[in-house]
Design a protein around this ligand. Structure first.
Ligand code: 5GP
Length: 112
């Protein structure tokens, strides 16, 4: 069965998509936690970061470099927070690896 994010990749569920290439897709979070809240997902359905394999190394690097491209394009490269929730107890609700890119407000440490 497809995850919610696979359905977004396949255009079965609408999303405000801001970036796409062969390997990944980025779109606005439906419940933004900051003025800018983008989700970046690999097209490959990896359930969570801990499930990534050695042969996903290039893909994971590509995702981080894509964060740089997106934040430069959005002119938020000077201040953003990147979050990956891994596992239900860490707050993960959609089991398709995704990077939260958050910007536009102060962020505190430690995170909640
Ligand atoms: P998680 O809690 O798994 O780290 O993050 C899942 C994120 O997906 C949440 O921030 C949630 O708001 C977002 N989300 C859930 N359903 C949808 C949807 O249908 N469309 C979009 N664009 N985001 C969604």
């Amino acid at each position: 069965m497809k995850t919610l994010f696979e359905k977004i990749i396949d255009r079965e569920i609408p999303a405000h998509i801001i970036y796409e290439d062969e390997f990944c897709l980025a779109f606005h979070d439906i419940h933004p936690q900051a003025p800018t809240h983008i989700l970046l997902i690999p097209k490959k359905p990896i359930a969570k970061l801990a499930d990534a394999q050695a042969n996903d190394q290039l893909l994971l690097g590509h995702l981080l470099m894509t964060v740089n491209k997106i934040t430069q394009d959005l002119e938020i490269a000077d201040a953003f927070r990147l979050v990956i929730n891994n596992g239900a107890k860490a707050g993960q609700t959609v089991f398709h690896l995704h990077l939260h890119i958050l910007s536009g407000r102060p962020f505190h440490w430690p995170p909640g």
